[in-house]
Design a protein around this ligand. Sequence first.
Ligand SMILES: Cc1cc2nc3c(=O)[nH]c(=O)nc-3n(C[C@H](O)[C@H](O)[C@H](O)COP(=O)(O)OP(=O)(O)OC[C@H]3O[C@@H](n4cnc5c(N)ncnc54)[C@H](O)[C@@H]3O)c2cc1C
Length: 293
Amino acid sequence: MSAVSPSRTGARVERQPLSRYTTLGVGGPAEVWFAGDHAQLAEAMEAPYRILGGGSNLVISDQGVPERVIRLVGPLAERDLDPDPLLSTDDEIVTGWVGGGVPLPGLVRTLQKSGLSNLEGTVGIPAQVGGAVWMNAGTRYGEMFDGLHTIEIVTPQGTRQVSPDELQWGYRNSGIPRGHVVSRVRLKLRRSTPQAVLEKMDAADQARKGQPKMKTPGCAFKNPGGVSAGKLIDEAGLKGTRIGDAMIAPEHANFIVNLGGATAADVHALLDVIRARVGIPMELEYELWPEQL
Ligand SMILES: Cc1cc2nc3c(=O)[nH]c(=O)nc-3n(C[C@H](O)[C@H](O)[C@H](O)COP(=O)(O)OP(=O)(O)OC[C@H]3O[C@@H](n4cnc5c(N)ncnc54)[C@H](O)[C@@H]3O)c2cc1C
């Protein structure tokens, strides 16, 4: 696809298929704005936009989206993990800035090697830091808000830095309104040892053993009324059901995987089959772009 001219502030702008940025490998074209600093981010936000992280919770239409899609790159995808000498103590450190575009898995591994605890419960979540903070991603072993000191939020009206106490955060929810961009964070980490952190990570890793290793946007449905969505789909006899190149994973029925050439239309058709066969209302875990089909 053809490149669009660079923006006024030097942000790279290119029309691209979004499939390359989602863990499902599905998604049509959009104008992608690569924002490397605050000026570029502010310019990208001057027209209707969406902010894309690791694309690990998204099913994007085959037609793409009409809005600008912002990706955080350059300094907004870099990390300074040095302890701030003024805020750190013998037990706890506060880091420098970690960009919203930093991949979470690599960060979690680095913290483990440095013997720094608080985020190991998020091991295996294929998000970027900004997306993971926005959702307060986590597992039963821990979540993003366990390790945050300051969150920088950019809106078209400006930039503010807040502490987690100032947000109404909770289970898989940061309280940050949609469209407000988590541009950077400072982490609050407890000093531990690489071995102790590794042991906790292993427990969280172990819980993922049954999950498929193929391209997927994670769990398809929330557990309705506390009942396992995967169990309901399995009991409906749907494991391994395939439409086009989208398939209900044989390993875990609440995961739809892309066998190679799946389209968003294939995935939606499969979701419809699940809803019809399970027969009780089920709420999607993924986000759809656009929200209305
Ligand atoms: C294999 C697999 C396993 C998973 N396991 C878990 C798990 O154990 N626990 C869990 O909680 N989730 C899990 N997920 C889901 C997913 O990783 C999380 O929801 C994650 O928070 C999505 O982050 P992302 O950066 O990929 O965001 P995206 O999918 O790119 O976007 C999701 C939403 O976040 C917004 N967003 C992205 N970046 C920013 C930003 N910088 N500022 C503000 N908003 C932003 C987007 O606009 C969008 O609304 C899993 C997914 C997969 C594929």
